[in-house]
Design a protein around this ligand. Structure first.
Ligand code: NAP
Ligand code: ZN
Length: 351
């Protein structure tokens, strides 16, 4: 079966229409007609091979929502007509300790299979993502969406931006009485603010864009700091329990670790093209501070996050685009000019 898609043939080429193959659903597979797909900064990093190792053609997209249009004979959790989502993973070994604990993203049995650029037996030998009309995924990597149907487009970004911020906020036990920083107000950061606020924390947003100051407060930040204003930043020294850094470019980490209390943690989720300058170890040692990383979240936790967001009426703030505007969207995302997630209307793939 072929399906219309948008992808790139090389790192220096623009995305263009293409037809891609999808397998017929196997016994455990769910076939999904994609309604919307969010545009993550990882899509841009990967299409342009900023991390190296991109396989072409590259069809990005891992914030997928849509409707089940067929299921395999052994599928038990989904039926035709269900509204579902697919995030950053479509498979893993399902046997290693991480997979058994529901942390498939940390699979040690060969690693998880990404929704795009991952290994697969399907043509062309690597996975192709959600900038397409249809996808076929093992039911174990499909999640149920329980938000009101008219919010579906704004739910799409939860599948990556939502879980990538929810998972570390949960892991480091963010909640009432905790002072939490969210650095970078883009796709991930704006979800981080909403979720940390809903968890009951005191939320401080850090932005390099003065124009986002008012928005940050509306998103749920109790305080907003311009990260380029050293005085404003330093006035919060030694006061944070936890800081989540979503910035997509390399930057100085010492200014942030200095804001942590004793035993506080700075967790990085941004994966910039170029490495951050080495952090000052003394800054960590003298207050037992930590720098950590975090990768998306497991499938069960993704469902938990979606249900948490449905319960708290949380969706992303989006700008809907037809697929034909994807290059312009990438350029604007590169300039931190998106409020706060582009979402593709996948019906435009047909035009
Ligand atoms: P995004 O929408 O482009 O947001 C990134 C934000 O970082 C920008 O809006 C901007 O916020 C800030 N920023 C950008 N350039 C900056 C610079 N030079 N200095 C300081 N701040 C800067 O990107 P995203 O989709 O949220 O993704 C963020 C990063 O997370 C990407 O590297 C992406 O690949 C990565 N990611 C990681 C995971 C994971 O599992 N760990 C999952 C998804 C994505 P302000 O305007 O507020 O400063
Ligand atoms: Zn992503």
């Amino acid at each position: 079966m072929t399906t219309p898609a948008y992808g790139a043939h090389a790192a220096d080429k623009k995305l263009e229409p293409m037809q891609i193959a999808r397998r017929s659903p196997g016994p455990q597979d769910v076939q999904i007609d994609i309604a919307f797909c969010g545009v993550c900064h990882s899509d841009l990093h990967q299409v342009r091979s900023e991390w190296g190792g991109t396989l072409y053609p590259c069809v990005p997209g891992h914030e997928i929502v849509g409707e089940v249009s067929a299921v395999g004979g052994a599928v038990t959790r989904f039926s035709v007509g269900d509204t579902v989502g697919v995030g950053c993973m479509v498979d893993s070994c399902q046997e290693c300790p991480s997979c058994r604990e529901g942390e498939e993203q940390y699979c040690t049995g060969g690693g998880f299979v990404g929704t795009y650029n991952g290994p697969t037996d399907d043509a062309p030998g690597h996975t192709l993502g959600g900038y397409s009309q249809r996808i076929v995924v093992d039911e174990n990597f499909v999640v149920a969406i329980r938000h009101p149907h008219d919010q579906l487009a704004a739910v799409a970004p939860l599948l990556c931006a939502g879980i990538t911020t929810y998972s570390p906020l949960r892991h480091w036990k963010v909640g009432p009485g905790k002072k939490v920083g969210i650095v970078g107000i883009g796709g991930l950061g704006h979800m981080g603010i909403k979720i940390a606020h809903a968890m009951g924390a005191h939320v401080v947003a850090f932005t390099t864009s003065e124009s986002k100051r008012e928005d940050a407060a509306k998103l749920g930040a109790d305080e907003v700091i311009n990260s380029r204003n050293a005085e404003e930043v330093e006035s919060h020294a030694n006061s944070f329990d936890f800081i989540l850094d979503t910035v997509a470019a390399s930057h100085d980490l010492d200014a942030l670790t200095a804001l942590l209390k004793r035993d506080g943690t700075l967790t990085l989720v941004g994966v910039p093209e170029h490495p951050h300058p080495s952090p000052d170890v003394g800054n960590l040692i003298f207050r037992r501070r930590a720098i950590a990383g975090s990768l998306i979240g497991g499938i069960a936790e993704t469902q938990e996050m979606l249900d948490f967001c449905a319960e708290h009426a949380i969706v992303a703030d989006i700008e809907m685009i037809p697929i034909q505007q994807i290059d312009e969207a990438y350029d604007r995302m590169q300039r931190s000019d998106v409020k706060y997630r582009f979402v593709i209307d996948n019906s435009t793939l047909a035009s």
